[in-house]
Ligand binder design. Structure first.
Ligand code: NAG
Ligand code: NAG
Ligand code: NAG
Length: 223
């Protein structure tokens, strides 16, 4: 036998001694208020009652029970249900984002525990951004323009335009008169060497906004 076949045989043998857990989808993305399934199925070495638990690790690292002692957490009971060992969400909230661990304990199997992790990202449209844009600036001075919004998931990325052309330089290159940080939402111009006619926009997968600076002539940020 070659080594690949040997390895496959070893895996098959190992699985026959073990509870094995798997999912059709380990990375799930769905819009807020939508529905989705966190799929988890298991196979056993021998038929027996198992202990199934789901835990959630939220974005701050806090762990909580989602499914424990054969029941869903109280706050989920109205908007989710168990379909065998999977969780069907009917109405997602933004707080549902996080890592979900499906854990199966089968005491009579020789390898009697396995868990899998499923990432759930609940997509949230960005809110109207709040911008800090100086209304006047001295010629020759450094100026920072900044826009933020906190709702969007994934986090919004920001683009700045001058006369309809995107400003893309992230580092101050030799000739650049500005730099942008698309995650921080800033545009720093050093020095303020030209007349600005900017439009800013928060761009996410879901929705975009255009915000004009006081100097903007006009450009629309289209989808
Ligand atoms: C598990 O649920 C049952 C009722 O379904 C209850 O009697 C029991 O006390 C619960 N156990 C724990 C540890 O919460
Ligand atoms: C989903 O939940 C939101 C509140 O979180 C509620 O406003 C909305 O009506 C719910 N949608 C459905 C279809 O139940
Ligand atoms: C910077 O400006 C110089 C002279 O104006 C020019 O030769 C050079 O190509 C420019 N470099 C870039 C990266 O635009």
């Amino acid at each position: 036998m070659n080594s690949a076949r040997l390895l496959r045989s070893a895996i098959v043998l190992w699985e026959a001694f073990a509870v094995t857990v798997e999912s059709k989808s380990y990375n799930v993305r769905q819009s807020e208020f939508g529905g989705t399934m966190l799929d988890c199925t298991y196979q056993l070495e021998k038929q027996q009652p198992v202990r199934l638990e789901w835990k959630k690790v939220d974005l701050n690292g806090d762990v909580s029970f989602v499914f424990y002692n054969n029941s869903l957490a109280a706050d989920l009971q109205k908007r989710a249900e168990m379909i065998e060992s999977s969780i069907l969400f009917r109405n997602l909230t933004r707080g549902d984002s996080g890592q979900y661990r499906c854990e199966v304990t089968a005491p009579q199997d020789r390898k009697n525990f396995q868990e899998i992790i499923i990432n759930l990202a609940v997509l949230v449209a960005p809110s109207v951004p709040v911008c800090d844009i100086p209304s006047t600036a001295m010629s020759g001075s450094v100026v920072e323009l900044k826009c933020r919004e906190k709702e969007g998931n994934p986090a919004s990325e920001y683009k700045w335009y001058k006369n309809g052309l995107a400003l893309e330089l992230s580092a101050m290159s030799t000739n650049a008169t500005y730099k942008v940080d698309k995650k921080a939402g800033t545009l720093v111009s050093n020095p303020l060497s030209f007349i600005y006619t900017y439009v800013w926009c928060a761009c996410s997968l879901i929705r975009q906004f255009a915000v004009r600076s006081p100097w903007t002539l006009h450009v629309a940020c289209s989808n």
